[in-house]
Design a protein around this ligand. Structure first.
Ligand SMILES: Cc1cc2nc3c(=O)[nH]c(=O)nc-3n(C[C@H](O)[C@H](O)[C@H](O)COP(=O)(O)OP(=O)(O)OC[C@H]3O[C@@H](n4cnc5c(N)ncnc54)[C@H](O)[C@@H]3O)c2cc1C
Length: 423
């Protein structure tokens, strides 16, 4: 039995990021991770300027930059015809938002967070600790693990992912399956039949599917994610989204897309699900962050980043509570501040991600023509539809430093077309 200020259930990117940021605010934290080690899946991650700006402030960005790639463009392609539809300039985006857009291996981010957390004297990291029971006793919270360990804290943060146990203390709901499945992995760049530029993050959009490609680990590995709507799921098959269905679904795509599919791992697949946005993440001395609070579909490439923003927000909110016993009303006030900063903001990202998925995956003729036309008419320097997410825009960014569009043939009135963010 030990007493902590904050106990975090779950040592993924969200949990470890929060532990680090809480410790930097002088709070004592224990992280309980169910797995035998802190580990991430062998795939890539994109972090947009709204996330890297914050990581810079807490000193993590400088640790991950050498292992990251800073792509020059987001490129959107039609997966059937092979046509390039639009691009978003990421070099100018760095000036606009004051922080880079980066792509990196998930393990490189997780390791950087773990190492930084381990270096903090106020952080205790425990593996093989699966949280099974949570009890709010009014003046403290008691967390019990499958291995028999019991910890008492002033506050429990559930950072235990999509299938969160802690979330059940706040709301009785279930993940919302999308019927889509992902195959993904980062492999040595020389093992991929790569057709696209290493400076680009590429999104191929097709009927009921998309493929994302980008380099990670300073360009040594190439990350690919193939996602598709499973017909087998719609037919009610138990074993849906199989590798055979992956091959069948992508068989009708253009050659650049087809050649990518064999280098994807077949052993593991990820059925995609999210959660309905909540209006509160807190009950008494229990709160949530990351996927436990706001699991989202990956189409805006923001889930992990939003979990890090949660950590920054809750650590600032709790930092006012001091070293003694935390009175319940003070905890309430701090968590209300956290929720006012984060619940609606993350909920907007959750809801918008669903819409982006619908736009990418349209599968009937006329909507596809309209989507492609809207994408084609975009200017590569048109950021106005991602400003809400990547911003705030730095003062003066719109005045004078926006280069002319490549080719210069985008009609001026076309800038209201959707600017696609991506995952
Ligand atoms: C295909 C795909 C692509 C994506 N791309 C991006 C992207 O480009 N950018 C981005 O920002 N996000 C992306 N995401 C989303 C991102 O992966 C998640 O939002 C992020 O990993 C959530 O982090 P988390 O720490 O909240 O949860 P998780 O990563 O799920 O971590 C939860 C941790 O809690 C542990 N745990 C679970 N239950 C318990 C328990 N009872 N007791 C103790 N420990 C427990 C788990 O073992 C795990 O370590 C993508 C997701 C997918 C599926």
């Amino acid at each position: 039995m030990s007493t902590d200020q904050v106990i975090i259930a779950g040592g993924g990117i969200g949990g470890l990021g929060a532990a680090l940021m809480l410790a930097r605010k002088g709070l004592r934290v224990t992280v309980l991770e169910q797995a035998p080690e802190f580990a991430e899946v062998g795939a890539g991650l994109q972090l947009a300027p709204n996330i890297t700006r914050m990581l810079d402030e807490v000193g993590v960005l400088e640790k991950i930059l050498p292992l990251s790639v800073q792509p020059k463009r987001l490129v959107f392609m039609n997966a059937v015809s092979g046509e390039m539809l639009t691009t978003l300039d990421l070099v100018d985006a760095r000036r606009r938002y004051g922080a880079p857009y980066i792509v990196l291996h998930r393990s490189d981010l997780l390791d950087a967070l773990r190492e930084a957390a381990e270096a903090e004297p106020n952080v205790v990291l425990r593996t093989d600790h699966r949280v099974t029971k949570v009890e709010d006793r009014g003046d403290s919270v008691v967390v019990t693990c499958a291995n028999g360990a019991a910890l008492t804290g002033q506050l429990l943060i559930g950072a235990d992912g999509l299938h969160s146990v802690v979330r059940k203390e706040i709301v009785q709901d279930e993940p919302v399956p999308s019927g889509y499945v992902a195959y993904r992995g980062a492999v040595p760049v020389e093992d991929v039949d790569r057709r696209m530029d290493m400076d680009d993050v590429v999104v191929w959009m097709g009927p009921g599917l998309h493929l994302v490609q980008y380099p990670v680990r300073a360009g040594k590995l190439y990350n690919q994610v193939a996602v598709f709507r499973s017909q087998e799921y719609l037919e009610g098959k138990e074993d849906w989204g199989t590798p055979e269905e992956l091959d069948r679904t992508y068989a009708g795509m253009c050659e650049q897309v087809r050649v990518a599919i064999p280098s994807l791992g077949r052993i593991k697949r990820w059925p995609m699900a999210d959660r309905e946005p909540l209006t509160n993440w807190t009950k008494g001395r229990i709160s949530l962050l990351g996927d436990a609070a706001h699991a989202m579909l990956q189409y805006l490439a923001q889930g992990a980043g939003q979990s890090l923003l949660d950590g920054a927000s809750i650590s600032t909110a709790l930092s006012t509570l001091g070293d003694g016993a935390w009175a319940r009303e003070d905890v309430d006030r701090a968590l209300a501040r956290y929720e006012s900063e984060r619940v609606e903001a993350a909920g907007n990202v959750q809801s918008t991600a669903r819409v982006w998925g619908d736009i990418w995956h349209v599968d009937s003729h006329v909507p596809m023509i309209l989507r492609d036309e809207a994408f084609r008419r975009r200017d590569t320097y048109d950021y106005h539809l991602v400003d809400w997410l990547y911003g705030p825009v730095r003062e003066g960014a719109d005045a004078g430093n926006v280069p002319q569009p490549v080719g210069g043939d985008a009609p001026a009135e076309a800038t209201s077309a959707p600017t696609p963010a991506h995952a």
